[in-house]
Design a protein around this ligand. Sequence first.
Ligand code: G
Ligand code: G
Ligand code: MN
Ligand code: NA
Length: 253
Amino acid sequence: IMLENELKHSMANNELYVVFQTKHDLLSGELVGMESLLRWSHPQLGNISPIEFIPIAEQSHQIIAIGEWVLNESLAYLTDWIKAGHEDLKVSVNISKKQLVDRAFIPTLKILLDRYQVDPGQLELEITESITSEVDDIIPSLVILKELGVGLSIDDFGKGYSSLSVLNTLPIDTLKIDRSFVQSISSTKYGLDIIKSIIDIGKNMDLCVVAEGVETEAHLEELKKLNCPVGQGYYFSKPLTPERIKSEFLERE
Ligand code: G
Ligand code: G
Ligand code: MN
Ligand code: NA
């Protein structure tokens, strides 16, 4: 079976869906946001990981339509949650470089923000660090997004190649520490040193820092010691369907 062809029917066949993973203020534990993560449940092949199908979607240009669908879904759920009283909640959506450089991306995003009447500051776009190696192509879009008030985050930070000088030219708000560093906290001193450095960079550049892959109490304690403001990971929650997000995180008290 050719995944590229299967992917073409996935949206119409309702095989795609989004799940959400919570982000928390590390000091208070308070819920501060959600990352939306795309899932594909194929009738014959079962669950296919985005690690497998996102590159295919990118190569075949289907990421444009799929990415727009993910944005629409994510904003629709955010709107529901805001209406249910969680007025300050934010949603983060992963965006491919192909989307960022597409001419229709920003007009489409404006239409979606307008449709749902969401404050642009409650949407954050996560872009992977690897695409920042070709910054010239993406800076114009990032500048417009920043002017719109949309939050911008560098995903998997520390794993890729962006130099500090490049970082300084990007109109971003947040660095997301790659989970490999958090996961090496317990085994090596190296992980902790890198996290410390990234938190320093964040402070100096006035950026928020989010640690991903927080899995244990020990991870949490180390990150708190380093004054890392925000975290995400299995310690708090795995990615959940919107229904479970609602029942487990938004209907308490
Ligand atoms: O949730 P999971 O670990 O399976 O995600 C694997 C990878 O797929 C992550 O790097 C994540 O950024 C990426 N991913 C998940 N959803 C989307 C999406 O909607 N768009 C893009 N471009 N990448 C996504
Ligand atoms: O690259 P990106 O940050 O977008 O990928 C997020 C992915 O990381 C999601 O697919 C999610 O399933 C996965 N993930 C989230 N929390 C944890 C965690 O605590 N440990 C591990 N190993 N993976 C996680
Ligand atoms: Mn991400
Ligand atoms: Na990541």
